[in-house]
Design a protein around this ligand. Structure first.
Ligand SMILES: [Zn+2]
Length: 286
C-alpha cells in the first residue's frame, strides 16, 4: 500500500522539506541523468520501466513531475493521484466517483478499476454541464468547476488534477465541489502548490466587462480540448487550505508521498525556494 505523510500546516511541512532536501536533490540529480529507470507503478501494481524525460523542461533539466512515465502511460503526477485514489477507495470499485478529465490515460487506467467513474472535460464557455460533446471519436461530458451539473450530496469522491489554477473564480469552484459531495465524501486534487507562499499569487483576472487582464507574464499549460492551452490565474499557497475550510470542508490536509522507487519525486525545478514542487496532493473531507 502506498504511503502518504499528511500535513495540516506550513510549519511541519517546512520541517519535512528540510529533512529530505539533501536526499531529494541527490536522487533527482541521478534520475535526471538517466534515460530510463525501473520503478513501482501503483496502477500497474508491479515494477515497470519509467521513461525519465517526457519532453517538458526547466532549462536543460527534465520536469520530473510530468516525466518518469511508466510503460502504461502514467507519469509521476498521475501515479501520485492514482495512488491517492486507491488509498481513499480502498480499491472498492463501487464508489460514486467523478474525475474532471476524460481524454487522458489516467481516466482510462482508472476506468479499468472503477468502471462507474464519471469523466468530463471543460468544453469551453457556453457548453452545457452534463451534456456529451464529440471529441476525437468519443463522446465527452462537459463539466465546469464553477457550475457542476452533479446533484448535491451525490458523490463519494471527486478528483481533479492540475485544473484549479486555471479557474478564475476558484472559491466558487471549492463551494461547488463541497456541494456535490456526500457527507463524509472526499475531494482529492493536485495543483501547483508553492510551499513558501502564504496567500495565493494572482497572475491574471477577468474584469467586470469579461475581458482578461494579465497581472504578470502569461503562463499557459497544456489543455486536451483547447489547443491554445489554459491560462494560469493563480499560484496557490497555504491559504488554499483556509479557503477549503471556508467552503465547508471539515478536514483539510496536504499529503506528500516522496518515494524515489515509485518515481514520485519533485518537479526538479532548479529554483528550490519557489519553483520546486514536491509530490503532493490536497485532500479535503466533507
Ligand atoms: Zn504503470
Amino acid at each position: 500500500m502506498t504511503m502518504f505523510t499528511w500535513f495540516d500546516g506550513r510549519h511541519d511541512f517546512l520541517q519535512y522539506v528540510t529533512q529530505i532536501k539533501s536526499y531529494q536533490l541527490e536522487a533527482e540529480r541521478y534520475l535526471s541523468s538517466q534515460r530510463e529507470v525501473s520503478g513501482y507503478c501503483a496502477a500497474c501494481r508491479g515494477v515497470r520501466k519509467f521513461t525519465v524525460n517526457a519532453g517538458v523542461y526547466f532549462g536543460p533539466l527534465p520536469n520530473l513531475r510530468e516525466g518518469l512515465v511508466c510503460e502504461c502511460g502514467l507519469g509521476n503526477r498521475n501515479r501520485l493521484i492514482y495512488s491517492a485514489i486507491a488509498l481513499e477507495t480502498e480499491d472498492h470499485a463501487d464508489v460514486q466517483m467523478a474525475i474532471l478529465e476524460r481524454t487522458s490515460v489516467l481516466y482510462r487506467r482508472l476506468q479499468e478499476t472503477y468502471p462507474e467513474i464519471i469523466g468530463s472535460e471543460y468544453m469551453g464557455e457556453g457548453a452545457k454541464g452534463g451534456t456529451l460533446y464529440p471529441v476525437g471519436g468519443i463522446s465527452v461530458r462537459h463539466e465546469s468547476l464553477t457550475e457542476l451539473s452533479f446533484s448535491s450530496c451525490s458523490l463519494d469522491l471527486i478528483v481533479h488534477n492540475d485544473v484549479l489554477e486555471h479557474v478564475f473564480n476558484y472559491r466558487k469552484a471549492l463551494e461547488e465541489l463541497y456541494r456535490v459531495l456526500r457527507k463524509g465524501g472526499t475531494l482529492i486534487f493536485t495543483c501547483p502548490f508553492f510551499f513558501r507562499l502564504d496567500r495565493e499569487l494572482q497572475k491574471a483576472r477577468i474584469l467586470a466587462d469579461g475581458s482578461l487582464e494579465l497581472l504578470m507574464g502569461p503562463e499557459y499549460h497544456g489543455d486536451p480540448i483547447n489547443a491554445q492551452g489554459a491560462l494560469t490565474f493563480y499560484h496557490y499557497g497555504w491559504g488554499l487550505l483556509d479557503d477549503l475550510f471556508r467552503s465547508g470542508f471539515a478536514d483539510v490536509r496536504v499529503g506528500v508521498q516522496y518515494d524515489v522507487f515509485s518515481g514520485l519525486v519533485s518537479n526538479n525545478h532548479p529554483e528550490y525556494e519557489y519553483g520546486n514542487m514536491l509530490p503532493i496532493i490536497i485532500r479535503a473531507a466533507k
